[in-house]
Design a protein around this ligand. Structure first.
Ligand SMILES: [Zn+2]
Length: 210
């Protein structure tokens, strides 16, 4: 069997390219026609690819792992690769979060942490398993995300590709429980440490929340 990925993963990378390349402010918007030729994210190619992966998400068709890696490499060659990966991780987490029912989402944000964290952990496990093929473990007051087969590994200089997963984990925790402490890349396959692993602290408990 060929290795595959969830279609939301490549889609999030492309949507990040589009988001980062979209003109900001009036000045840039005036030149949108010129920018279309210069910026990949505004090109017809990216538009067509986004359409294709959106359709794949709808039909639950899994593209090959290597196809997602090729996309990550394309991102990794950009001078702003890290910003695009960061945005891609956020997009992945936001879209994945929407697969949780609104009732459960509200519950996780309103219950005391003693009760909300186990629910949040369960959803974090399901979401990261499905969308990143990662494994989540809870260790004391932190959670660890291990990604044995990173799509973005070695696709950008200075381990920039790893930012994708880090950003996704941070955004997911933020959405699930309304806040997150420090997120660290504690082990990296790119540094010869076997696999990539991130550690996130649960939101520091503030006044009025236990
Ligand atoms: Zn890494």
């Amino acid at each position: 069997m060929t290795a595959t990925v969830d279609p939301l993963l490549p889609l999030s990378l492309l949507e990040a390219v589009r988001a980062v390349d979209t003109p900001s402010g009036e000045h840039e918007a005036e030149f949108v026609h010129e920018l279309r030729n210069k910026r990949l994210g505004l090109s017809d190619t990216v538009f067509a690819q986004i359409k294709r992966y959106t359709e794949a998400v709808r039909r639950n068709q899994r593209p090959p792992f290597d196809e997602a890696v090729a996309l990550a490499r394309l991102v990794g060659r950009r001078p702003d690769a890290e910003a695009v990966f960061r945005e891609g991780g956020r997009i992945l987490a936001r879209q994945a979060y929407r697969t949780i029912s609104p009732v459960t989402r509200r519950l996780m944000l309103s219950l005391p942490s003693l009760l909300s964290r186990p629910i949040a952990l369960r959803h974090a496990r399901r979401i990261t398993g499905r969308y990143t093929a990662g494994v989540i473990r809870r260790v004391g007051s932190t959670i660890l995300l291990e990604v044995p087969h990173s799509v973005t590994l070695d696709t950008a200089p200075k381990l920039g590709g790893c930012t994708y997963y880090e950003s996704a984990l941070r955004e997911l925790m933020q959405l699930l429980v309304g806040g997150v402490g420090a997120v660290e890349h504690v082990r990296c396959a790119g540094r010869g440490e076997g696999v990539c692993e991130w550690r996130a602290e649960w939101r520091p408990i503030g006044p009025g929340r236990k």
